[in-house]
Design a protein. Structure first.
Length: 477
């Protein structure tokens, strides 16, 4: 996570990202200043303009912050630090013999998908500048590795399945943007649809319980396949990966994904393909007192991705032609009958955390699972109960799982204000404008006042001077 330094537009102020120290980022050419969150919060202030932006479940946030091209270098630093947490340490890639251009291309593909950085790539000149900055950063990281005595290992044959992960856990979009998008959907509805749109909004935020709410931990996304292969967010790592992001993977060994796959075949009534259980590998002992809390190097599971028959992850000969729309509908019905929060396509099912999946992961797979919080509460109630811990910086954030109108599940993350500079500023701007809009609607008797209270509470989190200590990972490992 990173944030702007309040002293200059030529440096990056950030907390220590997963597995990487402030000093390390400086050695690879990034101008990094370690500053307090409160100082940064006081320095951030600007206006925003309405722009349309799509969302994966039809709720689009149409208000996004203006892009300040002068902050390009700052935004690159944030995106680069974020991308590093999606893969194993660069030293591990250098040791395996992977070349700098190949690693730069890998990181480039990840950064280009960063929704907060994408608006900065507004011209061919900016794209060229981005590519040069990235190649320079990876090149300097390689030089630092070699200077420290690093040498590539000799290539040797391996029976492990390695390559790109074909059952990845998708990145999670931000909760404040989703909330603003829901309200904007109501406001922009046609006059003859306004009444039904208001009913749908108030039902979604004030009446319908969430599927689950959990703590968002600041580790790295890590998975285990039913065949024993381990996976980072982007790559399969093989069966003998003993360390990832400088952290032991021993805690993953107890998870019996093969047993879970057999149970899922029974539940779904089909012979599914590959199955991957995903969790947070707690690789940052110094973050949020994780080591003192006994969480360092633990693997806390939060979801499952299942390949359906006929997909690229189907290793069986059954149903080679794949599933039709009717089959997908029947699968969705069976999952709903078992209380499993899910999103489903013709090739994959994503099982999101809920009480039913929590039980399966514990009882069948034998996993450690993230705890469920605020059971049976609505969006507004979870926001009211969870805001204080976010303002105080006790945890990185919350993850909220909820059902869409079509019955499938969505997942959103709600972080404290100490996590990310440009994103935090954007959310404060979005919520401020949304709050004014909601107050106006209440004055016209067109909105329940509890939604105003919900947005006010979320704004208090976005504007809080939350200070998060993120130093000293190396000393605690």
């Amino acid at each position: 996570s990173s944030r702007h330094c309040c002293c200059s537009h030529d440096c990056i102020a950030m907390a220590e990202p997963a597995g990487y120290s402030i000093q390390y980022l400086r050695t690879v050419g990034l101008q990094v200043v370690d500053v307090s969150v409160s100082a940064c919060a006081r320095a951030l202030s600007s206006e925003c303009s309405p722009v349309e932006s799509g969302a994966d479940d039809g709720a689009s946030s149409r208000l996004v912050a203006e892009v300040d091209v002068e902050n390009f270098g700052l935004a690159f630093g944030e995106a680069y630090a974020s991308a590093l947490t999606k893969f194993d340490s660069l030293d591990a890639y250098f040791s395996s013999g992977r070349a700098v251009p190949s690693i730069a291309t890998m990181l480039m593909e990840e950064i280009q998908q960063d929704k907060d950085f994408a608006p900065f790539l507004v011209s061919p000149q900016r794209v060229s500048e981005f590519e040069a900055l990235l190649k320079r950063a990876v090149g300097r990281a390689n030089a630092a590795w070699r200077k420290a005595g690093g040498m590539p290992e000799r290539a040797r044959p391996s029976s492990n399945n390695k390559g790109e992960s074909f059952l990845p856990w998708p990145s999670i979009d931000a909760y404040p943007e989703w909330v603003v998008g829901q309200i904007e959907n109501y406001v922009s509805a046609e006059p003859f649809e306004q009444a039904s749109a208001r009913t749908a909004l108030e039902h979604a935020l004030l009446e319908k319980p969430l599927c689950a709410a959990t703590i968002k931990y600041d580790g790295t996304c890590f998975g285990k396949m039913h065949d024993g292969n381990l996976a980072g967010r982007k790559q399969l790592l093989g069966t003998d990966c003993e360390e990832y992001q400088r952290t032991s993977t021993a805690s993953v060994s107890c998870c019996n994904v093969a047993a879970l796959r057999r149970q899922l075949c029974d539940i779904m009534g089909v012979e599914v393909g590959a199955v991957c259980v995903w969790g947070e590998l707690m690789c940052n002992p110094a973050f949020y007192s994780y080591k003192a809390r006994g969480l360092y190097s633990e693997w806390l599971c939060f979801g499952v991705v299942v390949a359906l028959p006929g997909s690229c992850g189907d290793e069986s000969d059954a149903a080679a032609a794949g599933l039709g729309a009717g089959d997908v509908g029947r699968l969705a019905l069976r999952l709903s009958e078992q209380g499993l929060a899910h999103s489903i396509s013709s090739s994959q099912v994503r099982l999101c955390l809920c009480p039913a999946l929590h039980k399966l992961l514990q009882k069948v797979a034998g996993c450690e699972v993230v705890d469920l919080h605020f059971p049976g509460l609505t969006h507004a109630e979870v926001v009211a109960r969870g805001a204080a811990d976010l303002r105080s910086g006790e945890n990185e954030g919350l993850v909220l799982v909820f059902a869409r109108p079509n019955g499938q599940a969505s997942v959103r993350k709600w972080k404290n204000s100490g996590e990310g500079g440009t994103v935090c500023k954007k959310h404060a701007q979005l919520l401020n404008k949304c709050l004014d809009l909601c107050k106006d609607l209440v004055s016209q008797r067109r909105l329940d006042v509890r939604i105003v209270e919900m947005v006010e509470t979320m704004l208090s989190v976005a504007e809080a001077a939350t200070s998060v200590e993120k130093k000293g990972n190396a000393a605690l490992r």
